[in-house]
Each structure stands twice: as structure tokens, then as C-alpha cells.
Design a protein around this ligand. Structure first.
Ligand SMILES: O=P(O)(O)O[C@@H]1[C@@H](OP(=O)(O)O)[C@H](OP(=O)(O)O)[C@H](O)[C@H](OP(=O)(O)O)[C@H]1OP(=O)(O)O
Ligand SMILES: Nc1ncnc2c1ncn2[C@@H]1O[C@H](COP(=O)(O)OP(=O)(O)OP(=O)(O)O)[C@@H](O)[C@H]1O
Length: 356
């Protein structure tokens, strides 16, 4: 079947920076003002700047704009979109995903956004770990994604978390006392301490999918945007989206030392499933529907040195003793579930097909 035409983003649209990750910047639309004036010097018309941008208001309704950064992985949005349609979308129900679709960008938009990112660096409003990386000048498209913000319903609020590795790495030592995510966190926190930097606080992913409510409740403390621990824990406890992700991670275990061999160019669904984000839109009224969607499911590539990086990381975790939590100075070790309960090693867990 022929692909429907990719729509154009109206050229006068104003974008408002919302947030960014390592590979993308996300903007909101402000339909009341124009960002890039669109010249309307048409024959017979006065030479004005037309700032009306409402050719197809439905196109942008309930959407955010995601723009790609220039990163070593360099996977284009067209590839990301194709991979999403063919590989990611079939794994989930429609309502469980942040949807995405391509939109063609008007000329000059990326340059303009990059100037704004540079200005934000100079003014100190851009996080220092994001400095020096800008939007790709060769990417002709943006992605329109489901807007999970609550600007349209200020009484509601958004919680956001990265579930990460919901079960142990298949190449972790059998007697490990930390899960992969907690081991990595401890290694990085030890490094941060040496440099006099702040340590990162986060939950143990195993607790997020625990069968004990109190484990989930404890995890919510570290969830961005959590206003009410008990309510959030009730939402997350055995939530089908989290259980589906767990189930998929059990099936896709080519990670750690069993990950893609160095120098391969393969895509890695397995690592993609371990680096996505859950958005939880929580209405004020407890009786109203909570929206839980998974985003940032861009299929990762093992190219650009990533395969080697993933292996080296696992080797460092194993050889550095991080799976055993051997950081005596750790002041910020928030309790890996593996430390407290005997969770079976990943190799002992048979893939479950119940959620697939
Ligand atoms: O190394 P990890 O597990 O901390 O995950 C990285 C993420 O860190 P965080 O989730 O904040 O701990 C990291 O996120 P941030 O930069 O912290 O926002 C990226 O998502 C990175 O993926 P990629 O290099 O952009 O493909 C992620 O790298 P990979 O999943 O490709 O290893
Ligand atoms: N659909 C959405 N609704 C609301 N906010 C969003 C949405 N998508 C992204 N964001 C915000 O933008 C930030 C960056 O988005 P995104 O996850 O797409 O970037 P990334 O570069 O892929 O991240 P990572 O560093 O995890 O690879 C998110 O952490 C979130 O705060």
C-alpha cells in the first residue's frame, strides 16, 4: 500500500522548547504567535509577514514536535518511523504507545532552533550535559508525537519514568547482589563522588514490577512528577504496560555480554526495550481515566561504537565488582531489590507469552 503523503509543518509556527534527551529535543506548539515569519510577497498582495498558521489545525492538535539531534548513531527519522511501524507498534496496543508520525520541516526551522539552543547554553538555561550537541541539519523531518503534557488540563499532572532493566542482565554473576541498573548507578555515583559531583537518585527497576505493593510504593519516591506516592503506586502496581514491557524484556535478552558483537550495524530491539520512557497523565479526579503510554521507543542501532560500548560497560560492571555492590563509600545506595529478596537470575526465567 502506498504511504500517505507526509504533511508539511506550517512555516510560521511558533515552537516552545519543552525538554530534551540525549538524542532528541521536544517542542510544544504555540499557535498564537509565529516563530519564523512567512513572507507573503505574492503578486497583487501587500508585502506583509503572514503569521497565520492554521492551514490544518487538526494536524497539530494534541501533538508535540520531536526534532532529531546530530548524534553518532545517526538513524534518520524515516528509518525510525519505519522501524516503529514494523517492529515496535505490533508489540503493543495502540493506546499503550506515544504515537508518532513524520512531518516535513519548513526551511530555516532547524537553524533557528539551533540558534535558540546555543542562546540557552549561554544564558545557562540548557542543562550542561546537553551542551555542544544540536539538531541535525540533514534531517528533513520532525515527528509529531502524542502530547502527554497537561497544559490543556492544568488540574491534571504528568509523571514520567524510565523503567530501564526490569530483570537482571543475563551475563551478570549468578551471585550478584545488585541488578544491572542499580550496579550501573552505583558505578556512576562512585565516579560522581570522586569528581565532587552530585549523585543520582533513582529507584530499583525490579521494585517497579514487584508483586509486593510496598516495593512499588517505595519506588514512586524517585519518579519525576510524583505528587501522591500512594496514588501513583496504585496506578503502577501490576500495570499492564509495565508487565508487557517486562514480558518483552524476558523474550529479548541479547544484552550485556550476549549483546550484538562489536562493530556490528544491527538494530537492537533488546536494548531499545531497556531505554524507553513511561508517561502517566493523572487527572485530578480519581474516578477519571489515567493515561499510561510508552515513548522513546526508537529502535537503537549497535553502529557507531554502541555494540562495543555496551559490552565494555557490562565487563566493567562485572570486573569492577559493581554487581556485588562493593562500594563501601556508597552513601546513596537506595536498596536494590536483589539485595533484599532472592529474585531468580534472568537465565532461570522462562519467557512468558501471557502478555504478547
Ligand atoms: O546507559 P544507560 O542505561 O544509563 O542509558 C542511557 C540513558 O541514560 P539514563 O537512562 O538516563 O540512565 C541516556 O539517557 P540520558 O542521556 O540520561 O537522557 C540515553 O537514553 C542513552 O541512549 P542513547 O545513547 O541516546 O541511545 C542510554 O544509553 P543506552 O541505553 O544506549 O546504553
Ligand atoms: N510524548 C511526550 N509527552 C510529554 N513530554 C514528552 C513526550 N515525549 C518526550 N517528552 C519530554 O521530552 C524529554 C525528551 O524526550 P525524548 O525521550 O524523546 O528524548 P530522547 O533524546 O529520545 O531521550 P533519551 O535521552 O532517553 O534517549 C522527555 O524526557 C520528556 O520530558
Amino acid at each position: 500500500m502506498a504511504r500517505p503523503d507526509i504533511p508539511d509543518l506550517p512555516s510560521g509556527i511558533k515552537l516552545v522548547y519543552l525538554a530534551e534527551g540525549a538524542a532528541n529535543v521536544v517542542y510544544r506548539f504555540d499557535l498564537t504567535e509565529a516563530l519564523i515569519p512567512r513572507p507573503t510577497n505574492r503578486p497583487g498582495l501587500p508585502n506583509t509577514e503572514d503569521t497565520t498558521v492554521h492551514e490544518d489545525p487538526g494536524l497539530l492538535q494534541g501533538k508535540l514536535l520531536r526534532l532529531r539531534k546530530d548524534t553518532p548513531a545517526n538513524v534518520t527519522y524515516k528509518e525510525i518511523e519505519q522501524n516503529f511501524d514494523t517492529i515496535i507498534r505490533p508489540l503493543f496496543k495502540l493506546h499503550e504507545l506515544v504515537n508518532q508520525s513524520l512531518v516535513r520541516l519548513p526551511p530555516g526551522l532547524i537553524h533557528h532552533c539551533n540558534e535558540r539552543l546555543r542562546a540557552a547554553e549561554e544564558s545557562g538555561s540548557r542543562a550542561s550535559k546537553r551542551h555542544g550537541t544540536y539538531l541535525s541539519l540533514t534531517e528533513p523531518y520532525g515527528l509529531l508525537i502524542t502530547d502527554m503534557t497537561t497544559y490543556d488540563d492544568p488540574c491534571a499532572h504528568l509523571a514520567e519514568l524510565k523503567p530501564k532493566w526490569l530483570l537482571q542482565s543475563p551475563s551478570a554473576p549468578a551471585d550478584a547482589e545488585r541488578c544491572r541498573t542499580c550496579a550501573l548507578k552505583q558505578m556512576r555515583n562512585a565516579e560522581a563522588r570522586r569528581r565532587g559531583q552530585e549523585e543520582q537518585r533513582s529507584f530499583c527497576p525490579l521494585s517497579l514490577v514487584s508483586e509486593r505493593f510496598e516495593d512499588v510504593w517505595r519506588a514512586t519516591e524517585y519518579v519525576k512528577g510524583c505528587r501522591d506516592k500512594t496514588r501513583l503506586a496504585e496506578i503502577l502496581f501490576r500495570h499492564p504496560v509495565l508487565l508487557r514491557l517486562l514480558s518483552l524484556q524476558k523474550v529479548h535478552q541479547r544484552v550485556g555480554l550476549e549483546g550484538p558483537p562489536p562493530k556490528t550495524q544491527a538494530m537492537s530491539l533488546d536494548m531499545t526495550l531497556r531505554d524507553c520512557t513511561v508517561y502517566i497523565k493523572i487527572p485530578q479526579d480519581e474516578g477519571s481515566q489515567v493515561e499510561v503510554r510508552l515513548g522513546d521507543l526508537d529502535l537503537k542501532s549497535s553502529a557507531g561504537g554502541k555494540a562495543q560500548y555496551w559490552r565494555d560497560l557490562e565487563t566493567n560492571l562485572i570486573e569492577g565488582g559493581w554487581y556485588h555492590g562493593r562500594d563501601e563509600e556508597a552513601t546513596n545506595d537506595y536498596g536494590c531489590l536483589l539485595q533484599h529478596s532472592k529474585v531468580p537470575a534472568a537465565s532461570a526465567l522462562l519467557p512468558q507469552s501471557g502478555f504478547l
